[in-house]
Structures are given as structure tokens and as C-alpha cells.
Design a protein around this ligand. Structure first.
Ligand SMILES: [Zn+2]
Length: 359
């Protein structure tokens, strides 16, 4: 018996060393096995050759059965492994199943992801979101910085101003060496330097009627940090027509206010609350009236906060609410806002939503 097993081992491992292919070795083993079984079945009991090769056919059948089980088990394992490898390959090839964040991004946004209200899903929503910021000045600067840092995937910014020396007392996204540069490019450089995992789209021009609808249609959410009423009314009109939330901030000297106008989901639009622009001189600009440096930082960061909540689904945004912050006395108050039925932009009196965007 030992002689037969030795012969089998020689065929299998010796053959492998001599690079005999696996099917040939299996055939040789089959021939050996058949010869031994024939010897067992044909030779009489006690024949020396039969005794030397085990003495009984049943012993060899048991051995063959055990060998067969091992072979089937091994083949099954190989099949499963090959299938898993194919699945992995397919997953790597199709980008759709690729993980949404790299290791570096996961680490960067870890303080968001551990927040119950944001989590991995909220961070993915931020990455998939596109936000347009109107104005890269006082309110726009901090809003842009925090949107970029928070990982909002696409941030657009539209402004036609260049950085001036007198801006730098409060517009902290720009630096002294940026004086004379278009604000959108200065802001873009700062945002990309802060977070290379986002896309910044600068528009170095003034928001106007002819481009607003096209521009807004590329974004999920609009932040209005502009400094004039014409732009505010235009932004409101187009945002309402496209049913996009408009996060609006405004400043004066020591006081700021912020609200989320989103009549498609309830509450008023900007024009419900401010039906008419104030007469010239009644609403002086920052240049005329002055503004305390940290105030745009407070309000712009609040705008970014509302944007992050709106996108991630965390908490409640300031829809139909206006938050007023008085920096001089450190006070905040919140007032409830209502829509006006006769609002020409969002009220029942308007004829069709699309026409409002083309006025
Ligand atoms: Zn309205």
C-alpha cells in the first residue's frame, strides 16, 4: 500500500516539479488507481501483489471517496474566490460604485460626519450640491469661505468688482496683495487653496436679467450677498420662478438680518417683505454709512450655516423667519414673516411662474 501511495505522490508532486500539466497527472493517477482496483478485484485473497497493494478494494474506494470530497471542496473554494475577484474588478471598473470620498476627504470632514444631524449622508449631499453666491464682498466672503471648507462640491460666485483697499477691513477672503484683482478670482484662489476637493466657478460680471435664469438653472441654492436692491429683486424673481431657495443677508452699520426665502416650500419671498426699494438716500450703502468689520463675518457665516442645513437636511432653516442681529448690543431677535397674497412675484395674483423670470 505504501508503495502505491508513494507512486501516487511521485506522479502528483514529482510531475508538478517536472511541469507535467494537471490533467495529465490526474489521468496518470486514474490509471494507477484503476490498476490497483483491478488487482484487488482479480487476484485471489492472500496473493503477494494484492497484499502489497492494500489487500482490499474497499480500502481504495474509501480513499478515492475522501480524495474526491477534498477535490470538490477545493474547486468550490476556487470558484467562490474567482467570483469575488470578478465582482471586485467590475466594481472598480464602474465608477458608480466607487466610494464617494477619499481617505483624506473622510478625515477632513470627520467633524461633520460624527454629527448625528449631518453624518455621511449629509456630507455626501454637500458634495453633490451646487451653490451660487451673489457678491464676493462683505457677506459673500465669509459665506464662500465656509461653503468651501464645509465641502460644498460646486460653488459659483458672481461679482463684477475688483478688490479695493477699503474692502479689506471686513472682506477677509481677499488679501492685501489682491488689491486690483477681480474679487471672484481672488475668492476662487483662496477657496481652492483652502479646499482642493471642491470646484469653484467664478463669473466676473454683474448679475443681469439676460443671464440670471441660465445661471441660476445650474445651481441648487442661491445665496444673495449683493449690495443693491436691483440685484436683490432680480435674484428673488428668478429664484422664485425656478423654485430655488434664496438665502438672503443684509447689513447696515452694526446690524444685520438674514432669512431664507423659499415660497415653493412655504413662506414669503423677498418681495413680499420688501415690496419696494427704499427711496435713494434712505438706505445708505456701507461706503456712506459705515459697517463694523466683524458684522459681515457673523451674517455671512450664518448664511453658510443656513445653506449647509438646507442641503444636508439638518435642523430647520430660517424659512418664513427673519433673524436680526444687533452687534452693538449683542442682541438677536427673530420675527415671523408671512407671504402676501398680492405679491407680484410669488402671490396668487401672478399669472404664470415662468413669466416672472422674463420681466
Ligand atoms: Zn412674494
Amino acid at each position: 500500500m505504501i508503495v502505491v501511495l508513494g507512486l501516487a505522490a511521485m506522479i502528483w508532486w514529482g510531475g508538478r516539479l517536472m511541469q507535467v500539466t494537471r490533467p495529465v497527472r490526474i489521468s496518470l493517477l486514474t490509471v494507477l488507481f484503476s490498476a490497483v482496483v483491478i488487482l484487488q478485484l482479480t487476484l485471489p485473497d492472500g496473493a503477494p501483489l494484492r497484499e502489497a497493494t492494500g489487500g482490499s478494494a474497499s480500502l481504495w474506494f474509501i480513499l478515492a471517496g475522501a480524495g474526491g470530497l477534498v477535490a470538490v471542496y477545493t474547486m468550490g473554494l476556487q470558484h467562490l474566490r474567482a467570483r469575488a475577484e470578478r465582482a471586485e474588478g467590475a466594481q472598480a471598473a464602474s465608477g458608480a460604485e466607487a466610494p464617494p470620498f477619499s481617505e483624506v476627504e473622510l478625515n477632513r470632514y470627520a467633524r461633520h460626519i460624527v454629527l448625528r444631524e449631518v453624518g455621511g449622508l449629509g456630507q455626501k449631499r454637500l458634495k453633490d450640491a451646487s451653490v451660487l453666491v451673489i457678491g464676493a464682498g462683505g457677506l459673500g466672503a465669509p459665506a464662500l469661505q465656509y461653503l468651501a471648507a464645509a465641502g460644498v462640491g460646486t460653488v459659483g460666485v458672481i461679482d463684477d468688482d475688483v478688490v479695493e483697499n477699503a474692502n479689506l477691513q471686513r472682506q477677509v477672503i481677499h488679501r492685501d496683495r489682491d488689491i486690483g484683482t477681480a474679487k471672484v478670482f481672488s475668492a476662487q484662489a483662496a477657496m481652492e487653496a483652502q479646499n482642493p476637493f471642491i470646484t469653484v466657478r467664478p463669473y466676473n460680471r454683474r448679475l443681469s436679467d439676460d443671464i440670471a435664469a441660465d445661471l441660476f438653472s445650474d445651481f441648487d441654492l442661491i445665496l444673495d450677498g449683493s449690495d443693491n436692491f436691483a440685484t436683490r429683486y432680480l435674484a428673488n424673481r428668478v429664484a422664485v420662478a425656478q423654485e430655488k431657495p434664496l438665502i438672503s443677508g443684509a447689513l447696515s452699520q452694526w446690524e444685520g438680518q438674514i432669512s431664507v426665502f423659499d415660497p415653493a416650500r412655504g413662506g414669503p419671498c423677498y418681495q413680499c417683505i420688501f415690496p419696494e426699494a427704499p427711496a435713494p438716500g434712505l438706505a445708505p450703502s456701507c461706503a456712506e454709512a459705515g459697517v463694523i468689520g466683524p458684522l459681515p463675518g457673523v451674517l455671512g457665516a450664518m448664511m453658510a450655516m443656513e445653506a449647509v442645513k438646507q442641503i444636508s437636511g439638518a435642523g430647520e432653516v430660517l424659512r418664513a423667519q427673519m433673524l436680526i442681529y444687533d452687534g452693538l448690543y449683542g442682541e438677536t431677535r427673530r420675527i415671523t414673516l408671512s407671504a402676501r397674497a398680492d405679491c407680484p412675484i410669488c402671490g396668487q395674483s401672478r399669472i404664470v411662474p415662468a413669466s416672472t423670470g422674463e420681466n
